[in-house]
Design a protein around this ligand. Structure first.
Ligand SMILES: *Cc1c(COP(=O)(O)O)cnc(C)c1O
Length: 356
């Protein structure tokens, strides 16, 4: 006899990009262009590494349970309001669902989008309502609002993963204002690469939470730190629902503090990503959706994603197949903006693919 695992875990779970080591070994590359996970190609900021190294000496102590220094630094940098930090934005998403959802509740997502919302919602026993995006990957605002009636939490990702497309601020306002007692979780993981600013909505929308991360622009994906801007009324419930110590290690919190302070590293990354995003979109022989993120969603049709991903892997380039994203035709690839040599290698490989 064995205890039974909950049936929702029978699905595939979170889908990761392939390991670069596997591609390197299979095709004999010293290094692989890692364009599968939207990471910062320049690495962590040196200031983050210094701060993290200093924090190691105190690693026998529990962290400050309120993450006070990091939250204060976020308020100084991004505006004086309430902040939560978590074990990646993924940890924050899970905590927010724990606050609002129990078995039988409904959660709304706008597909195709990031898969973890659905996985985490099912973990709470909630059902998922999906609202398909339009053919240009814009959000169907009316359909979304209608689906939120009676739902507990709605997730909207902008700029959206995997499409790269962004939702106008006024559309987000219209949604937040129309859905009353449903919480709108706005996923801004990639907002650092866009000119849009959704923060002013927090002043008037009491049902809005904005999630952000140190994993993308800040280059700290391995440290697992995310943060959220949330209404004051939600803070006490958040503190009670979160994993103790916010689920963030003292070393990761120190790294995040160091990274926040390294303006040069951030600006260098942003400038590089914006210039290359434009160049990749222009020079890639396959069309891509207009992106406001640090990646492009490339339409490899008529090739299926497996064929294109395999051809790129043979050329030493790791990209993410979009096959696993629900409600997306299966000929799309997601390609991160990488370092110069990675982007050049991708362009060469994809040119060869298009002329093959
Ligand atoms: C990367 C990503 C996140 C979360 O990243 P963490 O590493 O957990 O902070 C959240 N949402 C989207 C859309 C992402 O792409």
């Amino acid at each position: 006899m064995r205890p039974s695992v909950r049936p929702y875990l029978a699905g595939p779970g979170y889908v990761y990009a392939e390991r670069p080591e596997a591609i390197a070994a299979r095709y004999g590359f010293d290094r692989v262009a890692r364009l599968g996970s939207n990471e910062n190609p320049f690495g962590p900021s040196p200031k983050a590494l210094e701060a993290a190294s200093r924090a190691l000496a105190d690693a026998h102590r529990y962290p400050d349970e309120s993450m006070g220094a990091l939250r204060a630094a976020l308020a100084a940098r991004y505006g004086d309001r309430a902040y939560a930090v978590g074990n990646g934005m993924d940890g924050i998403i899970e905590t927010v669902l724990r606050i609002f959802c129990e078995s039988g509740d409904r959660v709304v997502v706008s597909t195709p989008t990031f898969s973890f919302y659905g996985l985490a919602a099912r973990g709470q026993g909630a059902g998922i309502a999906t609202v398909r995006r339009n053919s240009d990957f814009g959000v169907d605002v009316e359909g979304f609002v209608a689906a939120c009636r009676g739902a507990k939490v709605a997730f909207l990702c902008t700029p959206n993963n995997p499409t790269g497309t962004a939702t106008p601020v006024e559309d987000v306002r219209a949604i937040a204002e129309s859905i009353g007692d449903c919480l709108l979780f706005l996923d801004n993981a990639y907002v650092d690469f866009s000119d849009r600013d959704y923060r002013p909505l927090l002043d008037s929308c009491e049902n809005l939470v904005i999630g952000r991360t140190f994993s993308k622009l800040y280059g700290l994906a391995g440290f697992r730190v995310g943060y959220a801007m949330l209404p004051d009324w939600l803070l006490p419930a958040y503190a009670r629902a979160a994993t103790p110590f916010c689920g963030v290690s003292s070393v990761s919190a120190a790294a995040a503090l160091g990274a926040l302070d390294d303006y040069d590293h951030l600006e260098r990354t942003r400038t590089h990503v914006l210039a290359w995003r434009e160049r990749l979109a222009t020079e890639c022989p396959f069309p891509s959706a207009p992106s406001e993120a640090n990646f492009l969603m490339v339409d490899g049709a008529p090739r299926g994603p497996d064929e294109a991903v395999a051809a790129l892997a043979r050329a030493g380039v790791l990209v993410r197949s979009c096959r696993s994203f629900p409600d997306l035709a299966d000929h799309y690839l997601r390609v991160s903006v990488g370092a110069d040599w990675e982007n050049e290698r991708f362009l060469n490989a994809v040119r060869a693919l298009s002329s093959a």
